[in-house]
Every structure is written in C-alpha cells, then in structure tokens.
Write a protein that binds this ligand. Sequence first.
Ligand SMILES: Cc1ncc(COP(=O)(O)O)c(C=O)c1O
Length: 391
Amino acid sequence: MQVYLDNNATTRTDPAVVSAMMPYFSEYFGNASSVHGLGGGVSGALRLARRQLMTLLGAPQEQEIVFCSGGTEANNTAIHVALETLPERDEIITSTVEHAAILAPLAWAQKTRGIKLRHIPVDTHGRLDLDAYRAALGPRTALVSLMWANNETGTVFPVGALAKMAHQAGALFHTDAVQVIGKLPIALAGTQIDMLSLSGHKFHGPKGVGALYVRKGIKFSPLLRGGHQERGRRAGTENVPAIVGVGAAAALVDSAAWSRMAALRDRLEAGILAAVPGCRVNGDAANRLPNTCNLAFEHVDGEAVLNNLARAGIAASSGSACTSGSMEPSHVLRAMRVPLNALHGAVRFSLSAETSEAEIDYVLAVLPGIAAKARERSPLWADHLKAVNFT
Ligand SMILES: Cc1ncc(COP(=O)(O)O)c(C=O)c1O
C-alpha cells in the first residue's frame, strides 16, 4: 500500500485541475497581452483565476491578487514592498519559527540594507509570545511578517489580532498563509492584513505558481521589473496554464472535508500515542491545522523511522522538506525548546482531503513496530539506558 502523508511538503495536483490547465498549453496558447483573439481568451482565463482566488480568500477586490511563481516569491515581494515603500522605518518583526522563505530574505535585508530584525519567540507549544510582540512594535517598525500556520507543527497564529496591533504601530502586516489555504476558512475582508502569500501546490494546484494578495490602497513596488503584466506589479509573461490551475484548485477547495480530515488526524495521533511509549505531540493541539500531526519519539532517530516508513510505502517527513536529509534539528522545534532527547525523533504526518480511513489504519498497523525497532537500534536509546542504569 502507498500512503502519502506529506501534504505540507506538496499535494497531488487534482486531476480536474490538470484538465482545466491542458487547453492553455495547446488550444489557448496566446499571450494575454496580445490584442488578437488568442490573447483575448487568455486574459479572460486570468480574470477568472483571480476571481476564484479572491472568493477563496474572502477578499473584496479582484485587483488585489498578484500572480507569481509561488510562496517564496510572494514572501520576497512582500518584504521588498515594505523596504521600498516605508524607507523611513528600519525595523522588521518576524518570528523564530517562520519558513526559510521569510527568514532568509529578511537576513539578506539585514545584511544589505541595515534593517534591524526582531524575532519574536514562541512557547513550548509553538504559540507566539504576545507580550514580546507588543513590546517589539514601535514607530520604527516597517513590516510585521508572521505566518498564519506553521508548516512543521500546524500551530496557528492569531493573525487577525496581530495585524490590528501592527496597524496601531503604523506598520504593514504580511502573513505567509501558504499552509493555511485549503485547510482553514479565510475571510480577508474583515481583517487588517495588508499582504498574504499563497502557493498553488499546497492545495492540489500546480507547482511554481502562487500569489501575493495586496490590500487595496497599499503602496506597491515590484520585485520583478521589465513588463506591464499584473498591472505593473510583476513583470514577465504570465504562466497561464499554471494560473488557470491555481484558480481551479481554489474553486475545488471543499471546507466540508476539513472535519473528516481532522478526525482522521486525531485518530492517527491518538493511536500512535497509545501504542508508542515516550512519544509527544509537537505543536498547539488546541489550535492547529486540521491535517498536521508532528510527533517526537524520544530517544529515536526520526530519520530511521522515516526510512522504514518509506520502505513500508508510507511517505512522511521529519519537519520541513527543505531540511529533511540534513541532520540539523529543525529550527522550529528548537525554538519551541523541544527537549534534546526528542529533538532528533520528530516525524511530521500531514494529511489531505484525499487521505482515507484505510490508509490511517495501515499506518497505525505498521508504525509502532517501526518506532520500537528504531528505538532499539538508536545510539540515543543506548545512551539513555546507560544514564538510567547509572543513576
Ligand atoms: C510556510 C511556507 N512558506 C513558504 C513556502 C514556499 O512556498 P513555495 O514552495 O511555493 O515557494 C512553503 C513551502 O514549503 C511553506 O511551507
């Protein structure tokens, strides 16, 4: 049996999305900017995709979507906008648990532009330290960039309240919502969020396409220059099939699937916790994405568990896909002060609306044995036994 539980890394492109995209490779291949008929049909398709995303986001104006190549570009653009439009302010607030697609461009801004970064810490459940956030905000804050939900633990930040606080300090508020789209309801119209990043491949759309939502009235400065596409906000001929695909994926999001997904996740989690001793949940169990379960097996090498799961046909991850394969413990779990004996034993299971009961049953049948074997063979376990016997 093949079980895919790595949906926070990427999702399967929905076959209906692929079907929607296909004609835009062959039949309607025109450039949206062309005045002839082929371009006309294409610009209508772009308009539809924009509307489909706006509907999903609960946002009021269709011009507020800027299509781009994905979450990474959307994040880089948001930071660029703040640096260019608020030059009199020289501080940016973020958190210690953001994705590298925020942390790395911010570190670059610090190095090249002398921006002062303030990384707000989280508690052991991954919840933002609100007192530290309040204290960090001030007249020098240009931008606050805080993720809506964490890709490793699924912990959700209260972005509505955080955006309000940012505005009280006169700062722009951006959220990396890449992991939230298609998993939790979004209603941007009632919020003070200025910019929001999303990525198609995280909600059954194609890879290499995403968008930056920019609230109407926000001053903008393009990251990519050289063309008038996206009303001058992102130069370069539009990737029409991908944009059609991300729009179709947005239209397919079905909130009715979320409670079933959460129930399956809860069953998976409870089953593993009951069957594997020395196992803990990483993240805020009370306020989490409905699809994410990050578990730490104490005195176990998580990579060994993952490799054996892969041999059994089960795809999971040790944290963010970008850091898996390296032995560096996740910066998110370190920020949450996960104890040393559990830091290397983290495994993330991320479900989708496609996950079935039978798949969860299969994981529950094989995982306890795999975890027990990995623990027996782990030098961390041997060290632990030595320490216990010694005392
Ligand atoms: C929270 C978060 N932000 C940004 C990204 C990057 O998105 P993309 O792969 O579309 O560049 C990811 C992808 O893993 C993510 O999880």
